[in-house]
Design a binder for this molecule. Structure first.
Ligand code: GUN
Length: 282
């Protein structure tokens, strides 16, 4: 029976460290890390995410600014706000919540954020730095996954690591981070043949494909570490991951639950990036 990785606890421990470091830096320099979050429009899930980000900032003692812009905001207005924040010394991290309304160009918005304040690590300068192993910021979800693996005491070096999903936000950077930790990494996706053969080889399996309960116990190796990045609603409207927890729990050595696994880590890693950006300015 697997040990359950408690993402809430790992996250809580990190936030306590962040809080005491922030306080110590404030005592020394009289300044606090500042995060600006921009939300355009009324997407209900995005509203919940940004409210949680603001709450987390305040809890660890950061300066927080939330910009709620109307649905009809123009590209020009949004870029003007980003430029103002790029030049604001109180702000060390800028996050523009995605998805944006359809008339706005997400790529242009990402490019407009100064890479040194890009705490999502979405700017090509930052994605490129991850590729060459010389990062300033790590994208929040894959960085959170690495912390969870670390919390189990599992050595990554030399292990078979399989990532399912190849998104720019999770799958691709996740594979890079596992590679930098000296894992032997395979990326699987919707066109992968004989998926089960590949997943059964994994000592460490990270699943980010967005299909509810897709990975079942027969697809994993005995003793695997299974990390579930999925967030799906099942037929009953209940939040569920990409991994069928009941069957995988019987075979894995460690497994993350949904909710309470990867989810709580992402905002914590955003705080970590903001703290890093702030320290660069001291
Ligand atoms: N929308 C959902 N998750 C994220 C995230 O991590 N960053 C941004 N900018 N938008 C999101």
């Amino acid at each position: 029976m697997a040990q359950i990785i408690n993402g809430k606890q790992v996250s809580q421990n990190l936030r306590e460290k962040q809080k005491s470091e922030t306080e110590a830096l404030f005592q020394k320099y009289g300044k606090r890390p500042g995060l600006a979050v921009i939300i355009v429009g009324e997407d209900p899930a995005s509203k919940v995410y940004v409210a949680n980000k603001e709450k987390a900032c305040i809890e660890v003692g950061f300066h927080s600014e939330l910009y709620r812009l109307p649905e009809e905001t123009t590209m020009h207005e949004l870029l003007e706000l980003i430029e103002k924040l790029n030049n604001d010394d109180k702000i060390h991290g800028i996050l523009c919540q995605l998805p944006l309304p359809k008339h706005l160009d997400e790529e242009k918005v990402i490019l407009a954020i100064n890479p040194s304040k890009d705490v999502d690590a979405f700017h090509p300068v930052n994605t490129g730095k991850i590729m060459i192993g010389n990062h300033s910021f790590l994208p929040c979800t894959p960085a959170g996954v690495m912390k969870l693996i670390e919390s189990t005491g599992t050595e990554i070096s030399g292990k078979e690591c399989v990532v399912i999903g190849r998104s720019n936000i999770v799958g691709k950077p996740q594979a890079m981070l596992l590679l930098q930790a000296n894992g032997t990494v395979t990326i699987c996706h919707s066109r992968t043949r004989n998926l089960k053969e590949v997943t059964k080889r994994a000592d460490i399996l990270v699943v980010a494909i967005g299909k509810a309960d897709f990975i079942t116990g027969d697809m994993i190796k005995e003793g695997a570490v299974v990390i579930d990045v999925g967030m799906n609603r099942n037929k009953e409207g209940k939040l569920t991951g990409d991994v069928d927890f009941a069957s995988c729990e019987k075979k894995a050595s460690f497994i993350t639950p949904v909710p309470g696994g990867v989810g709580p880590m992402t905002i914590t890693m955003l705080l970590e990036n903001t703290l890093t950006a702030f320290k660069e300015t001291l």
